[in-house]
Design a protein around this ligand. Structure first.
Ligand SMILES: Cc1cc2nc3c(=O)[nH]c(=O)nc-3n(C[C@H](O)[C@H](O)[C@H](O)COP(=O)(O)O)c2cc1C
Length: 268
């Protein structure tokens, strides 16, 4: 299955998502409630305070009222369970880019790094994303294929964490996906040597303009050899459901040697 979320058509959820009450909204501390002077002075103070005062992060918390997640609710495989939650995230909670995930890698010395990437396909074979093979993440994965994918579905008080091993997708699969990308994104994959230093924005724009002249709209753009997919084969997948009083449900599928899955419950 291919996630149906499209960047152009995504929209923010305006109604309270499942599991959230009206009073769950986080509000910025309001510095404008003091009555200490003329209105324009107070307005200026308020504006300054809003610019300079940090949010009171310690006081920012939501109360999760969602239904729990029980062992009996779970699908037979983590990918099926992911598909159920993904469908709800995309279709009912209307999450903006539910296929956005945080991909964490570590280099050969164990130094971690994280970034957001879009999930482009998932099935029982794994979770696929596309990137530049010269990027930091791809260089990390060449040295150390262990990876973590985190889906932060906050409006639903849910989180999914996939841990597994990443392998490059085959060239045919990469080419098939590359052909579905908009022309401009295809050129962008050529124009950017992702994660390398560049002198200026102008350099990037010039590189794109030269490519756009070489491959005008309608002309087939070759698949860049330095660009392609990674398929993450899961070794464990945790489904986290926020519950009241921080007594969250955490159910984790762990791959067994026979290809089956064992489910374990973690303390929140
Ligand atoms: C919402 C969102 C989606 C992104 N999707 C991708 C993607 O699919 N592939 C990609 O290579 N970078 C994507 N990026 C950019 C990455 O976060 C990151 O900047 C880039 O991949 C370079 O990361 P690296 O230097 O750690 O390898 C996305 C960023 C955001 C915020």
């Amino acid at each position: 299955m291919t996630p149906g979320a499209r960047r152009e058509t995504g929209h923010l959820c305006r109604r309270a998502p499942p599991g959230m009450g009206q009073d769950d909204r986080v509000t910025a501390p309001d510095a404008g409630t003091r009555d200490t002077g003329p209105r324009d002075v107070r307005d200026a103070e308020t504006a300054r305070a809003r610019e300079t005062a940090p949010f009171d992060l310690a006081a920012m918390r939501k109360h999760y009222r969602a239904e729990g997640l029980t062992e009996a609710d779970l699908a037979a495989t983590p990918v099926e369970q992911f598909a159920r939650w993904f469908r709800l995230a995309a279709a009912e909670a209307h999450l903006f880019e539910p296929n956005a995930m945080v991909v964490s890698t570590a280099d050969a010395e164990g130094r971690p790094s994280s970034r957001t990437v879009l999930l482009k396909h998932f099935d029982e074979q794994g979770f696929v994303f596309y990137t530049n093979y010269g990027s930091r993440k791809a260089r990390d994965l060449a040295e150390n294929p262990y990876v973590s994918l985190l889906f932060p579905w906050h409006p639903m008080a849910r989180q999914v964490i996939v841990q597994g091993v990443a392998r490059r997708t085959g060239r045919d699969e990469t080419a098939a996906y590359f052909r579905t990308r908009p022309h401009g994104s295809q050129l962008g994959a050529w124009a950017s040597a992702q994660s390398t230093l560049i002198a200026s924005r102008a350099e990037l724009d010039a590189s794109y303009a030269a490519l756009a002249a070489r491959y005008p709209e309608g002309e087939q753009v070759p698949v860049p050899p330095h660009w392609g997919g990674f398929r993450v084969v899961p070794e464990s997948v945790e489904f986290w459901q926020g519950r009241e009083n921080r007594l969250h449900d955490r159910l984790r599928y762990v791959a067994g040697p026979d290809g089956g899955w064992r489910v374990e419950r973690l303390s929140p």
